[in-house]
Design a protein around this ligand. Sequence first.
Ligand code: APR
Length: 318
Amino acid sequence: MARTFTRPKIALIGAGQIGGNLALLAGQKELGDVVLFDIPDLEGLAKGKALDISHQMPVEGADTKITGTSKWEDVAGADVVIITAGRPRKPGMSRDDLLDVNVQIMKDVANNVKKYAPECFAIVVANPLDAMVYAFEKITGFPKNRVVGMAGVLDSSRFRLFVAEKLGVSVEDVTAFVLGGHGDDMVPVVPLCSVGGIPLTQLMKADDIKAIADRTRKAGGEIVALLKTGSAYYSPAASAIEMAESYLRDKKRILPCAARCDGEYGFKGLYVGVPAIIGKGGVEKVLQVELNADDKKALDVSGSHVQELVNEVAKRLA
Ligand code: APR
């Protein structure tokens, strides 16, 4: 008798710049079969990208099925759902400027995810990130371990790159955690940054560290200003895939991500960037790390900014 196991199903809601790259990376890594979804007007975009990427799979040696659709029925039973549906920034815009339009899109998306993929692990990427994760949880009522936002992996990757370039070492040996909200007041936590296990502060002058932290905070805007047509998409896609992989393969990576804090770091019911263990249980644990007074203060400031955005979202969902 034929075995009946199935491969994981990964639904990507939004077949735009990040969505397309998510499909490519999920395909290359054989994480599961991929459904790339967009609105009916852009069904051709979803189908076209899915076809193009599936034509690449033999070159990759990857047996991944990739399909495009605008029908929610095709998302049914997805194990992982990654949400990029939403407008990206244009030059001169902050992520917060996207709140109005993206919360309306999130209403549609979250209600459909609730209906068609009620058991999924959901990774939100749309901005303003922390507030969109809150909106998703509020609408779906999913338990907090199955709802997470992607920002910290990307912000930390940017910090790692800048440190590696400055020191002339491999990015592989640089560990960093950027915590807090995914905005200009995010908190690169310097005492948590090490290079080959050596604290960064032993290898780099304080001024240089500060310059790298500043560049990290503005790195998304640096790309928006250059692209002019939208925001970063390769690196956000890779970061979300790292989180999906940790879930699907139960790797239990410790990743900075927007997870709901219920008391941790003094936050009450707030989604904000914190170190978390991602495994088969979803967000299995938020790690409470001791912070120095400056970082604690900075995290409080960032958290209150997220809370203001959440209050705005709550009004729009009422
Ligand atoms: N359902 C499904 N898809 C939708 C919906 C919806 N209700 N509304 C919009 N979309 C789709 C758009 O049609 C578009 O194809 O979401 C896609 C978004 O793709 P891009 O405009 O290329 O944006 P992208 O660069 O992928 O960024 C998406 O992630 O990082 C954030 O700030 C960024 O909020 C933005 C999001």
